[in-house]
Design a protein around this ligand. Sequence first.
Ligand code: ZN
Length: 303
Amino acid sequence: MASTSLPGVIAALEAGGTKFNCALLDTELNIIAQAAFPTTTPEQTLALVNHFFQQTLAAQQLELIAMGIASFGPVDLIPSSATYGYITNTPKPNWSNIDICGYFSRELNVPIAFETDVNGAAWGEKISGAARDLSDYIYVTIGTGIGAGIVVNNKLLRGLGHPEIGHMLMPRDLSVDAYSGCCPFHGDCLEGLASGKSIESRWGVSGKHLKNDHPAWDIEAQYLAVMCANLTQIIAPQKIILGGGVMDQPHLLPMIHRYFLERLNGYAPAAVLANTVDYIVQTPLQGMAGIVGIAALALSKVK
Ligand code: ZN
């Protein structure tokens, strides 16, 4: 890291299964430059990202002070592990055991904050979204898969790994939903029953093309309500924030509220029962939550 009087900036990378979003941000977290590259092979995609950062830094005469990487997973987040900073055993072809953190550490030579993609987005909620004044909250993305970032006492929760709430096991009524689930590990876990992929697999068409009164949404709302009830009882968050493509259906959230209250049957903190519409909310952020969140985490490494 050079010691110059050039303006200090943060490099943020949101590494997704279909594209890599990159941005340079100033220390107030304003985006200065951004780009996106398709996720092809690690060699190709990482080189394009690196080239974007290097070229923009040089062209705009900026000094890089830290980097944040929020990656699709599974990833190794344990600093003492030999494979810390790796994408580990992902089913995505070519991307297993890729040392993404090490690559950028060598190329850019700055401190790196490394998180799951959904942890980056969860932290973005604290910086500029629905969790600005909260110490304990959960952000869940319901898209092709289901994942969550859980913040407890102002820290992202992790133990041996990162939470994988998409694989929580679900109670269900086979007379209502006989679909066997799409998770290759469990079949009928939450992701197997309620992800965008499961909707498409169950009904033969993407959720985007299902009408509001299609029975798919009733089933979907019930599973997501059970998820929210389980998270409420285990974590006792101040708020649950829902995002991801499946939540782009405006009629879904009120159904989740209704089934959630039914499931709790009155057993929850009074604030949860009295004000469910402010307790389970849709993310107000579009698109850049992960970039801003991971940039903020990177900045905290050098501030
Ligand atoms: Zn599963």
